[in-house]
Design a protein around this ligand. Structure first.
Ligand SMILES: C[S@@+](CC[C@H](N)C(=O)[O-])C[C@H]1O[C@@H](n2cnc3c(N)ncnc32)[C@H](O)[C@@H]1O
Length: 213
């Protein structure tokens, strides 16, 4: 599969614009996100962890002790802010620029791969999820926290209609079918938890189909 470079550049440009105000934009919602982040990170075993689409580093306070985290993001402005946060928190994390659709790591590199609110934005989500599956070790976990298209047909339709506008303003698609995308990527779906907002936010746990011998 090939990467749509124009779509990827558009995504990067949108988040580059948003990066300086991202934390303020999300300030009110973040109170609701915190218990979800805490729950996801309580499932991380490590020791080697890749965080994809780390943004401004909002997950850093939850990184479990004893893990070695590498955090990547597509957008230079986000990487800069994440590095500042890492320094403020004295977090042992290697923050780098990178694209989920073309990860710069060998196969089977990490015990856990995490992404929170990222696969709404990755231009080709199935390609990105395949990459997560490539770099996670057999027996390791892919853990995602994602908002998804509503299963309610009317609300789903409204989300489809509103999506182009929201996408232009915020950089995120509100109508992604991320659970289905995980299955399409060839990852094995271990479990899906409804986290809230009437089933709109899911915790997804997946693994490589090839289990260790
Ligand atoms: C909505 S923000 C979420 C940030 C963070 N994970 C959080 O929970 O606050 C989405 C992030 O995904 C990043 N992103 C979008 N497409 C990406 C890609 N193809 N590879 C890596 N990061 C990507 C954006 O730059 C942005 O920082």
């Amino acid at each position: 599969m090939t990467i749509d470079m124009k779509a990827t550049e558009r995504t990067r440009a949108r988040y580059q614009r948003i990066a300086p105000i991202y934390d303020r934009m999300e300030m009110l919602a973040e109170g609701g996100f915190q218990p979800w982040r805490e729950h996801l990170w309580s499932l991380v075993k490590g020791p080697t962890v890749l965080e994809v689409g780390a943004g401004t580093g909002k997950n850093m306070p939850y990184y479990p002790d004893g893990t070695k985290v590498t955090a990547i993001d597509l957008t230079p402005g986000m990487v800069e802010r994440a590095r500042q946060r890492a320094a403020e928190l004295d977090a042992d994390v290697d923050v780098r620029l990178g694209d989920a659709q073309d990860l710069d790591f060998p196969d089977n590199s990490f015990d856990d791969v995490v992404a929170t609110f990222v696969f709404c934005s990755v231009p080709d989500p199935v390609l990105g999820l395949q990459e997560l599956g490539r770099v996670v070790k057999p027996g390791g976990q892919v853990l995602l926290l994602e908002h998804v298209r509503s299963a309610n047909s009317l609300l789903g339709l409204l989300m489809d209609v509103a999506n182009p506008l929201v996408m232009r303003m915020m950089g995120a698609n509100i109508n992604r079918r991320t659970v289905e995308n995980v299955e399409r990527s060839g990852l094995y779906l271990e479990r899906v938890e409804d986290m809230g907002m009437g089933g709109l936010v899911k915790l997804i746990v997946a693994s490589k189909t090839t289990q260790p011998a």
